[in-house]
Design a protein around this ligand. Structure first.
Ligand code: PEP
Length: 253
């Protein structure tokens, strides 16, 4: 199956304006010749507008917000609306990252609202989910992931669902240097595709890109991306080095 290939970089709360501008420029310049892969960067909100100026002429390099509000607009001090992201050139938004679920107690109901509002504002969504270490150790990882998918995705009709990209990110692998093995990633991605077939259809499951995230780097990306159901990666730490991030983009066989 010839699915979209995607490499996305989540910068989290890193860089200042100067560093963000030079990182985005280096990624843009070094990735120009890399074809057949969609590239996305998720910088901090404050730099999006400036980085849009850097990336807007490079069609295969998109920018996105790391989060958006579950509300459309109004008296929500400190929040950022999906419409605001769109107005500064974002094509994407990350929803459901484990750091948002853990540190900001985001619930599935909130994630559904965020995705609905993002869709209304013509944003595409990278929806993140994945099990905790304790869930994997007690062999509950499939059950957990199925529930995370069903709780959110069943709120969306088939016609809208392909505006989402999925990112399986086992929490025990995020920022820890411990990566899922290609076997573990493939096993879970195949399970996710089976779950999508159950919720939607085989046709949708076959088309939906599923990214792996969790200590993916320039050394291990090739083995992970060689798995038939792994369609790319959501990259944290390694996306802060333009050279490594571009090696990852070139890691599809
Ligand atoms: C992430 O934050 O989505 C992530 C995968 O981080 P890291 O690559 O640093 O584990």
């Amino acid at each position: 199956m010839n699915r979209r290939k995607i490499v996305a970089g989540n910068w989290k709360m890193n860089t200042d304006l100067h560093e963000a501008l030079s990182l985005a420029s280096a990624i843009r310049d070094n990735s120009k010749s890399i074809t057949g892969v969609e590239k996305i960067i998720f910088p901090p909100f404050t730099f999006l507008s400036a980085l849009n100026e850097v990336t807007k002429d490079e069609k295969s390099l998109a920018i996105g917000g790391q989060n958006c509000s579950e509300h459309e607009k109004g008296a929500y001090t400190g929040e950022t609306a999906a419409s605001m992201l769109r107005s500064v050139g974002c094509e994407y938004v990350l929803v459901g990252h484990s750091e948002r679920r853990t540190y900001f107690s985001e619930t599935s109901a909130q994630l559904i609202s965020k995705i609905k509002i993002a869709l209304q504002n013509n944003l595409k969504i990278i929806f993140c989910f994945g099990e905790q270490l304790s869930e994997r150790k007690s062999n509950k990882h499939f059950e957990t992931v199925k529930l995370q998918l069903e709780e959110v995705l069943t709120s969306f009709p088939k016609e809208e669902i392909l505006n989402l990209v999925l990112a399986y990110e086992p929490v025990w692998a995020i920022g820890t240097g411990e990566t899922a093995t290609p076997e573990q990633a493939q096993e879970m991605h195949a399970f996710i595709r089976k779950t999508l077939t159950g919720i939607f259809s085989k046709e949708i499951a076959d088309q939906m890109p599923i990214l792996y995230g969790g200590s993916c780097n320039a050394q291990n990306a090739r083995d992970l991306f060689a798995c038939p159901d792994v369609d790319g990666g959501l990259i944290g730490g390694a996306s802060l080095k333009a050279e490594d991030f571009c090696i990852i983009m070139k890691s599809f066989s």
